[in-house]
Write a protein that binds this ligand. Sequence first.
Ligand code: NAG
Length: 795
Amino acid sequence: MRFTFKRWALLVAIVAARATGGETDRASSTVSIVTAEVNEGGQHIEISKVVETDRVRRAEYDAALSVLQKYETRLHSRLMSQAERRSILKLRRNVWKLVPSAVRAHVRKVSGAVGGMLGLGGSGGGSGDKAAYQRPGVGQLSREVRQSIDTLYELAKAGIEDAVFVVAEMEMYGKYGTAVDVDSAFRHYLQLSELSGNATAQYMVGFFYATGLGSVEQRNGHSLLYTAMAALQGHVPAEATLAFRYASGVGAAMSCAEALGHYQAVARTAMRHYLSGPPLGRHMPGYRARLSDDRGGVYGVRTGPYSLHKAVDRASFDELLEYHQYNARAGNVKACLTLVDLYYHGHRFAAQDFAMARKYLADIMGRLFTRQGELRKGLAQAEASTAAQAAGMLGIMSWRGEGLAADTAAAFRWLSVGASMGHAASLNALGMMYQSGVQAAQDAERATELFKKAAEKQHQGGQVNYALAVMDKMPDVAMANFKAAAENGHILAHHYVAGFHATAMAGGGGEASCRMAVASYRFVAEKADWLHSPIPDAAAAAARGDVEAATLGYMRAAEMGYDVGQLNAALLLERAGAGGGGGGGALFPSAGDYEKQALVYWTRAANQNVADARTKQGDAYYYGRGTPRSYERAAAAYALAARTEASGLAMWSLGWMFEHGIGVAQDFHLAKRYYDQSLEANDAGRLAAHVSLARLCLRYLWAWASGRDVGEGPLFFAPRPVSHDEEERAAKPAAAAAAAANDLDHRWEQAAVEDNADDDANRDDDDVGDGGSLSESVFFIALLLGAAWMFLPLR
Ligand SMILES: *[C@@H]1O[C@H](CO)[C@@H](O)[C@H](O)[C@H]1NC(C)=O
């Protein structure tokens, strides 16, 4: 096939070359060489010559790429070690925040470089011009690296597909120390998708059209088309993206059946990969960090019911680790087991490390078992339980060959020990050995018995295996077990459950079955995502401070429907928009575009119940960030957040709006209620709430004294009876907001919003409509005292 294709291509090339006098042209060394050969004679030689030319190019390509890849490895480790120093930068940033905003704005104007220094935004972005492709802050690129990049550009220009692809990726993510240049990346992806219908390129073109990245115009139809073409070729990220679009009606008409088909495709690929791993299935992909955890929540620590009391940082993890290590050294087998677990599964701050797991396991075995593998006498209850778990772990690791050479005999022995002591995972694993006749004669009955025991101990793998074993005879029992395992997040169980719902749907179950099938397949697609998740790369980029690459990775994840992707992309875009000093960054032309895209993701995240995202959506409407200002929509979003998340910040904002009659009719009573609620919901906002209450009190008095309508009943001395009417009244626009939110994707073509870049850059992104600088607070507290003095005699 290939041969004949080449032949044809060759003939066409020859004809073309002859037609133009054999002397052409910008690119094809291939053609001229071939023509020379043709003049000498036989076609066979010509063909081999073409192949040879390809080989030369191939060698050039390989050499250039290997130089760049080596450089990239070094660069990444350097950036990582620089990232360790970033805590210093963070400090500098916090100090910066204390500087009054007017001064900050001035400094920003004077020196656009400040934003860059703080790591907040991108610089102008490269132009594709080779002299300019160096990224600032990376250091001078060596000659070798620059030459390799030049070579790749040349090969790409000559239409060598691999080179086009590498160049596109380089420009997209700023690889090899180059500056991000999304517009040029777009041209290269487009070129490649037209050259060869390359699915990855089509998917990326679809991504550009979906997000309106760079100077590409956002177009849902184009995006759908390119993504669908990639999905048709089995491109998994494209399948996942399409699935999400149809499932939630983003940039496509909502369709459960379409979503089902695409999620099914993703889930099937994922399951095949899962089962192609070692016995008992692959390890699940690691934890996906929310970037907001680094600062304790979207709005910072202790700002709401879902925020943390302390930012998640390495230091507190290290402390805990040290504590366990200390106990382990002191001979505490429980601590050893904790460490085995930590290293066996890996953690955000500790990579998976089977050798370490094995080491701590050996410690436990040495303490609890004799050399002959017998349990030591006179162990306490807790120690015996630890022993059972350790034996099971050792059995499983031996079977899978993790941290030690695979050894089914040892595995069988240790699993038998674990199982005899009632360790659930051992029971299940041993069952699987009997089931497939590993190290023991195949014995389905014995296997089922073991699965049943494991299932009774709520082991999810055991539940699935037991369900599969008894499916024919006891379908109800099987179903119950599948469901129990799925509820606890077992991936295979979800896959089976999804399959049942899909079958039920085909059998007339209709929309309800479809939705349940989609939910389960989606769970599989988003959890078992070894093959298609952009999140690990994005997280690595974020860790080494590669802001654009991280943002793009999370945006791709967001387009696939990951809530973590939406949250993280929104955070990064928002920060870049605020830090760009109005000039925009490498991804979007203006700060306003960043805000617009951030709002898209806040909205999607809010629709997936990500904490504080709804409040962020409210802020966007309130301040007109990335959207025309709309106080009504802001109020609606805050009301929804106050109601569904008990967000103190949203309550406070709502109180503020009722107090001042912004976006809602002025109502002192409702204002007081929301301030009171925010006080209850959010401890850390105490000062703001008190100050607001004091101010409200004065305002109320003033309005009352000047004879305005202040509502019925006393405001401050009697608690008002709760009426549901009001809640309804406040929350009514919520539905509208949610609808508007979904609508947002369709409202892209709207004229760009006048962006208040400067205004927004000055605003501290950590506080919602702030009521009190310190001087203001002091002032209002003084007023509060005055007000109290005025009230007392009245009583
Ligand atoms: C697209 O092309 C690049 C470079 O030729 C290749 O590495 C990649 O695997 C291709 N993608 C698909 C889905 O074929």
